[in-house]
Every structure is written in structure tokens, then in C-alpha cells.
Design a protein around this ligand. Structure first.
Ligand code: ARG
Length: 569
């Protein structure tokens, strides 16, 4: 039982009220005001007395549970001060003895959450705009996993549509197999751009492109094999980035996967009587909901982005029976999702209203980093950003720790970790001003700072030469950890599991990042005030246990963000 519950039960007994109600009302006050506080205002009606008087009487009458050292009455509040030793024991024992992951719960009861993220477009650059979707989506997968959900990470690849007709046409005119094999997406992009330029002067190219798309739809062998080849070329490049980030998907069912499934859905929309013609196209009118109509079929009968999304959602519901399906894309797609979510609702699928969730995020503003080397001229590629981060980190490590053994591997973990952390240090909606100096600062509120603190803890533990995996927590004198710095660190460690739940509920990984920064700042304060390796006996044992717990929690927190935790740096 946690302390809050113990206090609630003791209070409920004295006040003769419901302990659940009391539990919900207990607050966490500012540090000097105690560890927990109960506001007596809510009892004023029942007791017909002023809250300060209730607080005074209750405070005097109640018998304190053993975890509480003392209670103080202040105005209408009763403030409780937890016994620091008991607090340390409860938090740290739990972290140390859980062999698996100390944050793990079975809250999700094995229910399924689908997470549609990253989802780049074939033959188009995997640019920095996709970076946020990729790292936020991956983090959400890990967070929900940790909370006992079954997660399905889906890469809804943009692998079908008019652009492929254009690309095939361009390739036939100006491309060569060799160039595409050698230069990959760069060359495909060049061809695509050239197509648009040439088509301005010669509109017959557009007809040609349309004809290729029709051939693709009709399963023409040449058209499909070229398409398949473009997909493979692109996937090879995307995979390099996913490998760098340590990301794997459970499904790569992209837009083309729904080609043979859309007809039935269009029929269904029609049969529900909500499809209507507009300028030759088929749309669902959404005026009543203050939105422009949702386009279902083009004038030429071609399907559209929303049609595929509606079909995919129905397929996923049937296949995975999700309790939530999340879509992690930039804020500029907000209307698109709102529109087709509504169409599903109008089709009679009421679950769409709360089970489908768009998880929008703000832009990455390149600012000073606009100087980033760009191969294509106008977009910044994700792979380039990650590589540059690694290179820059190599330089920093060479200065800070020239003898580090695993320099290249560590630079990879730290450089990439820095970029990921920066992407999730603020609420999603906030735009990011990309700034190398800021994200690679080992002392700021950054990924490297957290990783560095972790490595520092590891180094302390190495020096102690003790079998932490099989630590006997029974024999530890937890009262050693009663000083302010230790207590604050322990509190920050104990807070992380709640933060993970909050991060899941709000779809906001930054809540974890902030918790990690708090832990690291707490750790560094603790370490400054309390010698570890040079201390002795009971003191040393307890402090080492705290260092070990901090290391464990930092590593697990970083994992939830998708960041590795090197042991030396
Ligand atoms: N391919 C799209 C893009 O790059 C993102 C797809 C997001 N997922 C979805 N189901 N619509 O903008």
C-alpha cells in the first residue's frame, strides 16, 4: 500500500468518511509544506465548521499511520511529513528488486493500441518533418507497451497514387537503371521534379502519367515491377534510418495495401446515404460540422487519401480490435483527420469518436541549423541530421574523453539520443527551433546530460565492485538517506511511474523527459552533497543502493523515449 492510501485510510477513520473520496483529495504540496496535504474545505458542509477548525480537530484526533513522521495543521490543511527512511525503503526496494522493468504495470490488460507513425512517402525524401512523427510514435509504442498494452506500430507508407504515374513516365524518358540504383531517392526526386518542369511545357506528359497509373491499377506487369522497384529502393534508405534509431514496425501495410479493399467501403458509404456528388466528384458533406466536404472519389473515379484512411481504420479495427488507434502526424493534417473521423461516425461507427485520435505536432524550424548540408537543395534529410549529430558528438567526446574505448558506438548513441530528446522535451504542439549548440550541450536540459548522468552513476557502481543484481535490500539502513538531497532524488525516482501513465493519457512523451531531467538534477545534487565511494559501512551501502536505483530508472526512462543509455561516455 502506498503512503497516500495509508493516510487516506487513517483520515477516513477519524472523519468517518469514505477513504476513496479522501484519497482523491490528497494533494502534493510544496516541499517545505510536507509530503502530502489534505484540504479540509470539502468537509466543511458535513461538519458545519470552518475548515481550519476541522483541520485542527482532525489533526489532533487522528492516529498517524507508521509511515508518517508528523502532521502539521496549517490553515485549512493538514500537512503530512513522511518518515524519510520508510519512504526511501518503499521506493527504492521496489526499483531494486523488480528484475524486469520497475515501471511496468498491467494497466492496459493486454488491450491493443495501434500507433500509425513515421509513414514516409515512397520515392520522396525522408525529411526532417517525418523525424518528429517517427520519434514520438516510437516513444508512444514503448510507453503503451510498458503499461501492459499490446501495441501495433504501423508504418502507413505513402506507396500509391498519382505521383507514381509521373515517376514511371519520367523514368522512361530521362532515367537510367544505373543512376537510380546508385543514387536512390535523390535520383527519383530529380526525375519527379524534372517531370513537373517538362509537363508545364508539354501537357501531354500528364496524360502519359495518368495512363501509367491506370496501368498500375490494371496490374500491368511492367508498371507494377517499376513501382515495386521504386518501393524497394526507397525502403532500403528508410531502413537505414530506422536502424540508426533502433525502430521496428509491426506492420508496413501502406496505402497500396488498401487498393482492393476500398471499393467495398465506398459502396458502404453510398449505402448509408451520405455520399453525394459535387462537381463530378463524390463527397460526404460536413457542413453541419463546420468542415469542408470530405472527398471520397475523384472525378475520374480515383480514390483519395481520406478514402484510404477510412478503409484502413475499418481494416485495423477488424484485424486488431484496438481500443485506440493513434495517428502521429504534423498539425497541418488536423482537418484531414477530423473530416474522415466524422465520416466514420456518420457511417454508424460510433467508436471512431473516441478511439481514433490524431496526435499532432509542431514544425521543426531549422533556424541557424538551416546551414545543414542538404543534398537535394531544399529539404533537410533525416539521415543527414542524424549523421551530423553523430559526427559532432564524436568531436565532443574526443575532447572530453579522448581515451574512451567505444568512441564511435557511443557517439552514435549520444548524437542520436540528443536529437530524439530535443524532439520530445516540450509539448508536441510547440515548434522546435533546431539548434545544435543547445541539443548537444552536456550540461543543459538535454539527452546527453541525461545519458552523462547515467554513465556517471555506472562509473560509481563499477568502482564499488558489488553485486547489485543480487543486492540484499533487507540489510540496508534506509534512514541514512534522510538528508534533503537524497530525499528529493528518491521522490523524483518514485514519481516517474506516475509520469509514464500521464504521458500515455496525454500522448505526451515530454512528461517523461521532464521527469528524467528532474532525476538527473537530483542525482547530481545528491552526489555533490554525499560522497559515495569514499563513504563507509552502512552509509556507503545505502548510498550505493540509491545510485543503483537512479541508474536503473534513468535507463528505463530513456528507453521509453527511444534513447540508448551507454555505460561510459
Ligand atoms: N504519408 C503521410 C505524409 O507523409 C503520412 C501518413 C500518416 N498516416 C495516415 N494514416 N494518414 O504526410
Amino acid at each position: 500500500m502506498d503512503f497516500k492510501t495509508e493516510i487516506a485510510i487513517a483520515l477516513a477513520k477519524t472523519a468517518d468518511s469514505d477513504s476513496d473520496d479522501i484519497l482523491k483529495a490528497i494533494e502534493v504540496p510544496k516541499a517545505s509544506m510536507g509530503d502530502y496535504a489534505f484540504p479540509c474545505f470539502r468537509l466543511a458542509k458535513t461538519f458545519r465548521k470552518a475548515p481550519p477548525l476541522i483541520a485542527k480537530e482532525l489533526g489532533e484526533k487522528m492516529s498517524l499511520p507508521s509511515c508518517v513522521e508528523r502532521a502539521e495543521v496549517s490553515g485549512g490543511y493538514i500537512n503530512f511529513f513522511i518518515n524519510k527512511g520508510a519512504f526511501a525503503k518503499a521506493i527504492l526496494e521496489n526499483i531494486i528488486t523488480k528484475k524486469d522493468c520497475c515501471i511496468k504495470t498491467d494497466m492496459g490488460k493486454g488491450e491493443t493500441v495501434c500507433i500509425d507513425y513515421s509513414s514516409p512517402n515512397i520515392a520522396k525524401p525522408f525529411h526532417i518533418g517525418h523525424l518528429r512523427s517517427t520519434v514520438i510514435g516510437n516513444s508512444l509504442c514503448r510507453i503503451y507497451d510498458c503499461l501492459g498494452y499490446k501495441t501495433v506500430g504501423i508504418n502507413h507508407l505513402g506507396d500509391w497514387g498519382t505521383q507514381f504515374g509521373k515517376l514511371i513516365s519520367a523514368y522512361k524518358h530521362w532515367g537510367s537503371r544505373e543512376e537510380v540504383e546508385n543514387k536512390g531517392i535523390d535520383e527519383l526526386t530529380r526525375l519527379y521534379v524534372k517531370f513537373h518542369k517538362e509537363a508545364e511545357a508539354d501537357p501531354s506528359l500528364d496524360d502519359e502519367a495518368r495512363a501509367w497509373l491506370v496501368k498500375m491499377q490494371d496490374k500491368d506487369e511492367e508498371a507494377l515491377s517499376l513501382w515495386k522497384w521504386f518501393v524497394d529502393i526507397s525502403m532500403k534508405e528508410f531502413s537505414r534510418v530506422y536502424d540508426m534509431l533502433n525502430i521496428e514496425f509491426d506492420s508496413y501495410a501502406g496505402e497500396s495495401f488498401y487498393n482492393d479493399k476500398m471499393q467495398a467501403v465506398v459502396e458502404e458509404i453510398k449505402s448509408k446515404g451520405i455520399l453525394k456528388e459535387s462537381d463530378g466528384a463524390q463527397v460526404v458533406d460536413l457542413e453541419e460540422y463546420n468542415m469542408p466536404p470530405c472527398l471520397i472519389l475523384r472525378r475520374d473515379g480515383g480514390t483519395l487519401y481520406p478514402t484510404r484512411d477510412i478503409t484502413a481504420a475499418l481494416y485495423r479495427k477488424k484485424t486488431y480490435n484496438f481500443v485506440k488507434c493513434l495517428y502521429v502526424t504534423a498539425i497541418d493534417q488536423k482537418l484531414h483527420f477530423a473530416q474522415w473521423f466524422k465520416v466514420l461516425e456518420l457511417m454508424g461507427y460510433s467508436w471512431a469518436a473516441d478511439e481514433l485520435v490524431h496526435i499532432p505536432f509542431g514544425l521543426v524550424n531549422l533556424g541557424a541549423a538551416g546551414k545543414l548540408s542538404t543534398r537535394t537543395g531544399h529539404v533537410v534529410l533525416m539521415e543527414d541530421v542524424l549523421r551530423e549529430a553523430v559526427e559532432k558528438t564524436k568531436v565532443i567526446i574526443s575532447e572530453k574523453n579522448p581515451d574512451l574505448e567505444n568512441r564511435d558506438e557511443t557517439a552514435r548513441q549520444v548524437g542520436i539520443g540528443a536529437v530524439i530528446f530535443d524532439n520530445m522535451y516540450n509539448g508536441r504542439i510547440k515548434n522546435i527551433a533546431f539548434d545544435w549548440k543547445k541539443i548537444l550541450n552536456f550540461e543543459g536540459e538535454t539527452g546527453p546530460y541525461v545519458q552523462y548522468t547515467h554513465a556517471r552513476a555506472c562509473s560509481l557502481l563499477r568502482k564499488a565492485d558489488y553485486d547489485f543484481e543480487n543486492m540484499d535490500t533487507e540489510g540496508i539502513d534506509w534512514n541514512v538517506l534522510s538528508d534533503d538531497a537524497s530525499s528529493e532524488l528518491i521522490k523524483a525516482l518514485g514519481d516517474l511511474p506516475e509520469r509514464v501513465v500521464e504521458a500515455a493519457e496525454k500522448y505526451e512523451p515530454y512528461i517523461i523527459s521532464r521527469g528524467l531531467i528532474e532525476i538527473c538534477q537530483g542525482f547530481n545534487r545528491f552526489y555533490r552533497d554525499n560522497p559515495v565511494v569514499s563513504s563507509e559501512g552502512e552509509t556507503k551501502k545505502a548510498r550505493l543502493a540509491l545510485v543503483y536505483a537512479a541508474k536503473t530508472v534513468i535507463k528505463e526512462g530513456l528507453y521509453l523515449l527511444g534513447i540508448e543509455a551507454p555505460e561510459r561516455m
